[in-house]
Design a protein. Structure first.
Length: 445
């Protein structure tokens, strides 16, 4: 049996793209133009482009058209990208480290080995963490402006696991969740896995467009609002206190749970009060030590309203049973003896220095970010192609991310996110100079 006409056309266009006969960045005919050229119905042309997009071969941009993707670059080049090869400078993922961290770990392991606690740490632990560990986290959070009883704290396997447990405990397939138009890719992955209905909210310089959020809540049954009020990833904003209060008011009026992601909040020295401090009864606060201490230390924590704690505990039991006791014990010792506070202060200084370096080496380009952030956002001109620029940088052994992993709207902006925390300062300086040169030649010429 002959293949349907649209399948034949999909195969032909896919072959042209993969062979290079259709170059990356090439604009394809409009849907009507393709229909007229091939003698097919408009709905068939739309189906052709939809299949090519699903295959990762083209991208559609509202108001601009359909373009050939650079298939040498993984789609988005973001959360699904593999760890960079040894000869690649990684400006895609952030894993900031300080020289003394390895010595701190050696000392902590020696202390644990002689503490008489090892035997108990090798057994199953309470699903939400030992009482003394949850108390350590609660004391730490007090310094972040959150007053919570230890019974409201749950220890998790990193902040991403905390978000997953929250979704499992509080939401169900089809629930409407308001998110920023650009947001953390890890939450997008969860939304896809649990079939949540993400509704994007336009962004401003200081946070989400709260007028748009209010309109959304008036027209759709918003079940939750996912927010990063203190050092947003990827845009780096810190929401003003007045906007936080308004967001809480909107959430209360529409009966929505607030999921507050504070993974990068430690980088802001004196932020406004967290949402969990203002509205503890409707906010789940998620954070951890992977960014502030070490990415391999997969210890996170969730602070939740008491009625939600049992469901969160069941989600932890279902996904990981309990956070590994050895790493939790080390993390809580460091919370109690001031090590975490000292490392966070050092990393704030380090991030400020790297951000200043980026502003210096990329001067004149329209960077968006916070002065003490480990990443910066680089919007590109309207006629530029982020995937083409990403491929050009990859040929220079530099890995960056496009806007695609962060985007929740149908239209993906042309932009790059540059992570600044994963290479030494001298290498970062020379790498940013290459980024500037390639960007100017490719996108700003």
């Amino acid at each position: 049996m002959a293949a349907p006409r649209y399948k034949t056309l999909v195969d032909a266009l896919a072959s042209d793209i993969r062979s290079g006969r259709l170059a990356p960045g090439a604009r394809l005919p409009t849907h009507r133009g393709l229909a007229a050229r091939e003698g097919i119905a408009l709905v068939t042309a739309t189906r052709v482009y939809a299949e090519l997009e699903a295959m990762g071969l083209v991208s559609r941009e509202q108001g601009r058209g359909t373009f050939v993707r650079d298939i040498a670059v993984p789609a988005g080049h973001g959360i699904d990208q593999q760890i960079a090869a040894a000869d690649v400078v990684d400006l895609n993922f952030n894993y900031p480290a300080l020289p003394e961290q390895a010595d701190l770990l050696r000392q902590a392991l020696r202390e644990l080995a002689t503490s008489g606690e090892i035997d108990s740490l090798l057994r199953y632990q309470p699903h939400r963490g030992r009482p003394q560990d949850r108390a350590s986290v609660a004391r730490h959070l007090t310094r972040r402006g959150i007053t919570a009883d230890a019974d409201q704290v749950l220890v998790v396997n990193g902040a991403q696991h905390g978000l997953a447990a929250t979704v499992m405990a509080a939401l169900k397939a089809g629930d409407v969740v308001a998110v920023d138009a650009l947001t953390y890719p890890g939450f997008k992955v969860l939304a896809h896995a649990f079939r949540l209905d993400l509704e994007p909210i336009a962004v401003t310089a200081d946070g989400p467009d709260l007028d748009a959020l209010e309109k959304l809540c008036a027209t759709r049954p918003v079940r939750a609002i996912y927010a990063m009020p203190t050092l947003h990833n990827p845009l780096g904003w810190v929401m003003p206190e007045a906007d936080r209060l308004r967001l809480v008011g909107i959430a209360r009026r529409c009966g929505a749970l607030i999921v507050e992601d504070a993974a990068y909040a430690y980088l802001v020295e004196t932020p406004p009060p967290p949402l969990a401090a203002t509205a503890p009864d409707i906010t789940v606060h998620v954070s951890g030590l992977s960014k502030s201490v070490a990415t391999g230390l997969r210890v996170g924590f969730v602070v939740a309203p008491p009625p939600l704690v049992p469901a969160l505990e069941r989600a932890i039991r279902a996904t990981t049973w309990n956070t590994p006791a050895l790493t939790t014990a080390i993390a809580c010792r460091w919370l109690d003896d001031g090590t975490v506070d000292r490392l966070e202060a050092r990393k704030r200084d380090d991030a400020k220095a790297r951000q200043a370096l980026a502003r210096q080496e990329l001067a004149g380009l329209p960077l968006v970010g916070h002065p003490s952030s480990y990443f910066t956002w680089l919007p590109l001109p309207d006629d530029a192609r982020a995937d083409r620029l990403t491929a050009a940088l990859a040929r220079q052994h530099i890995s960056v991310s496009t806007a695609e992993p962060f985007t929740t709207t149908k239209h993906t902006p042309q932009a790059l996110r540059l992570a600044l925390g994963s290479t030494d300062p001298d290498s970062l300086r020379s790498t940013l100079r290459t980024v500037r040169r390639v960007a100017v030649e490719d996108a700003y010429a």
